[in-house]
Design a protein around this ligand. Structure first.
Ligand SMILES: [Zn+2]
Length: 164
C-alpha cells in the first residue's frame, strides 16, 4: 500500500458521541463520481453529491480494479471484501450471509464484493488463490483473511479477528 494514514481509532462507531465523523469513500455506480459518505448516516440512504442517485450501503458494494485501492485506503471504517466469482457455488452459498452482515453492520463496516474474474489485478495483488476469500481491511491494510465459504458466524469471527 503506498498510501496509509494513521487516523484510525478503536472507538465504537459513533451513535452518540461522534466527535469526528468517519467517512466511507465510494464511487457512485451511476455517474462514477467519488463521494465521501458520513458513515454514521449510512442508513439514511445517502445520495450521490453529483447525480443524486442513492448509494446503497445496506448491501455489498461492488468494487473493481478501478475503485478498490482508493475505497480501501480512504474509508475510515473497516472494509470487508468478498472476493467471489459468478460461477462459484460456495460463493453463492455464502452470499446471503455477506448480505446480512452488510445490513447489520451498515455504517460500522463497509461490506464490499469484488468479482475476481473481472478484477484480476486486485485479485493477484492480494494473492487470491481460492474463492470465496474474505478479507477485512483496516486503514488500507489487510487485518484478517478467511479462505473458503463460512457461515455468518464465521464472518462475524473474521471481523472480531480484525478487531472490529
Ligand atoms: Zn452519481
Amino acid at each position: 500500500m503506498r498510501h496509509t494514514h494513521d487516523m484510525h481509532s478503536e472507538d465504537p462507531v459513533g451513535t452518540t458521541n461522534a466527535t469526528t465523523a468517519r467517512h466511507i469513500t465510494i464511487r457512485c455506480q451511476f455517474c462514477e463520481s467519488w463521494n465521501r459518505v458520513d458513515a454514521s448516516r449510512a442508513a439514511d440512504r445517502p445520495k450521490c453529491g453529483k447525480c443524486g442517485k442513492p448509494m446503497l450501503l445496506d448491501r455489498p458494494y461492488p468494487l473493481t480494479d478501478e475503485t478498490f485501492a482508493r475505497t480501501i485506503a480512504e474509508s475510515d471504517v473497516p472494509v470487508l471484501v468478498d472476493f467471489y466469482a459468478d460461477w462459484c457455488g460456495p460463493c453463492k452459498m455464502m452470499a446471503p450471509f455477506v448480505d446480512e452482515i452488510a445490513r447489520e453492520r451498515q455504517g460500522q463496516v463497509l461490506v464490499a464484493k469484488l468479482d475476481t474474474d473481472r478484477s484480476q489485478t486486485t485479485s493477484m495483488l492480494f494473492n487470491i488463490r481460492s474463492i470465496p476469500t474474505t478479507i477485512v481491511f483496516k486503514a488500507g491494510k489487510e487485518a484478517a483473511r478467511q479462505m473458503g465459504a463460512v457461515p455468518k458466524k464465521g464472518l462475524e469471527a473474521l471481523l472480531a479477528n480484525a478487531g472490529t
